[in-house]
Design a binder for this molecule. Structure first.
Ligand code: E4P
Length: 208
């Protein structure tokens, strides 16, 4: 399972990138909480060695979003265009597919929405685990169904809204190809008490 760091704090992202992750995504709430903008983000990362960097469009109509895409791609042709799920979003996704522009549908919560995004030729679909759970649904079952639905297609599922290590482990067991992992959860995932105690013992024994 490939990690995509799901964050908007550039210093913290760079720490994670230094450990081998080369994919970055965020959302408008993350930019706001980190007092940054999509423009700043792309400015910083457009010349870096990333294999995936998403850029969201926020327009309400196909035409509005299409204009946003033109601005983004003029500035960063390699951007993966991140589109909030909607009828116009599906139209934009299909339109960009015909132009060989990479797309990611986001805010996807149901298998029906996944099927529509697959048929709009989305390259990626951000399927939300945590927010589904919070809404009384089974987020991991949804991800399992979404992954199965992509069989035989070019669409890749990206698990999003990941809240804990249990979900992370289950997503890997399901075989989800990409996980948008929050910075704090990634850092927590590196820690294990037996590693820490083992390292302490090795250091003590090494001194003998
Ligand atoms: C992708 O970037 C999604 O917007 C993100 O994973 C959502 O996470 P949240 O549900 O914790 O806001």
């Amino acid at each position: 399972m490939n990690y995509i760091i799901d964050h908007a704090n550039i210093n913290e992202i760079n720490e994670v990138l230094s450990m081998g992750i080369d994919k970055v995504t965020a959302n408008p709430t993350m930019y706001k909480n980190n007092h940054t903008t999509l423009q700043d983000f792309i400015d910083y990362y457009k010349n870096k060695e990333l294999s995936f960097l998403s850029a969201e469009v926020m327009g309400s109509t196909f035409e509005e979003m299409k204009q946003e895409v033109e601005i983004i791609l003029a500035y960063y042709p390699e951007a993966v265009i991140k589109i909030n799920f909607s009828k116009d979003g599906l139209k934009l996704c299909n339109y960009l597919h015909k132009k060989q522009i990479k797309t990611a549908m986001t805010l996807v919560f149901s298998l029906e929405q996944v099927l529509a995004a697959i048929n709009a030729h989305a390259d990626y679909i951000f399927c939300f685990v945590g927010r589904n759970d919070e809404n009384g649904s089974d987020g991991l079952q949804f991800l399992n169904d979404a992954h199965h639905a992509t069989n035989g297609t070019h669409t890749n599922i990206i698990a999003a809204s990941i809240k804990n290590l249990f979900q992370l482990q289950e997503l890997s067991r399901i075989g989800i190809p990409y996980a948008a992992i929050p910075y704090a959860l990634y850092m927590k995932s590196l820690e294990h008490p037996l590693t820490n105690s083992g390292a302490q013992t090795f250091k003590e024994d090494w001194a003998l």
